[in-house]
Design a protein around this ligand. Structure first.
Ligand SMILES: [Fe+2]
Ligand SMILES: [Fe+2]
Length: 203
């Protein structure tokens, strides 16, 4: 199965496509996008580290997420390299309203297994949306090096998306995961509908 086919089956679960105006304004603010993107990679690495520390007794989870930390940090390094070679500055992080809103949807209370499901699904969702945005960037911006860069990252994040969903289904009843995943998808679409359209952020 090609990547395109597999994403049609797995990724296009997203309920709301990105506003088509986003990629045009993002291209005009590519320095801000790259800085924001670097922090997205940092957060992806940090969130896997947190899961490893919190669920250190789950061998398969630890062994699966450990190389992903390295991969995400490798992405961070590559974004930084793109900034440096363009003479752009790595600035401060901005307030990540998208992730703040997603965090609000994480079910409080419940047992450890439920917490794990919530965090894996939230991570899967961020990967899916990042993947969609990387695809838009790779197809629409003029900078050829960044087109290739975003194409490669899109494939890598698609792999992470699948991994998070599979891990969720390993440690929780797959029917429960599927039901909750649908709720997460609806909620994410609602967030995007209400977030201001900005070209200086990845989400
Ligand atoms: Fe990444
Ligand atoms: Fe990722």
């Amino acid at each position: 199965m090609t990547w395109e086919e597999s994403t049609k089956q797995k990724m296009l679960h997203l309920k709301l496509p990105t506003d088509p105006r986003w990629v045009g304004i993002a291209e005009m603010q590519i320095e801000d996008i790259l800085v924001d993107h670097a922090y997205c990679e940092q957060k992806a690495a940090s969130s896997c580290i947190s899961l490893i520390l919190r669920f250190n007794d789950l061998d398969e989870l630890v062994d699966t997420l450990t190389p992903i930390v390295a991969e995400e940090w490798g992405h961070f390094e590559r974004v930084l390299e793109q900034l440096r070679k363009r003479g752009m500055k790595f600035g401060f992080p901005r307030k990540d309203e998208y992730v703040i809103k997603l965090n609000e949807f994480v079910k409080k209370g419940g047992n450890r297994k439920q917490h794990l499901t919530e965090h894996l699904l939230m991570n899967a969702l961020i990967e899916a949306r990042s993947c969609e945005r990387f695809k838009l960037l790779s197809k629409n911006i003029n900078d050829e090096e960044l087109q290739k860069f975003y194409y490669e990252l899109m494939i890598s994040e698609a792999g992470h998306f699948v991994t998070f969903i599979e891990l969720a289904k390993k440690y929780q009843d797959p029917d429960i995961v599927n039901l909750r995943w649908k709720e997460w998808l609806e909620y994410e679409a609602e967030i995007l509908r209400n977030l201001e359209l900005r070209g200086d952020r990845m989400h």
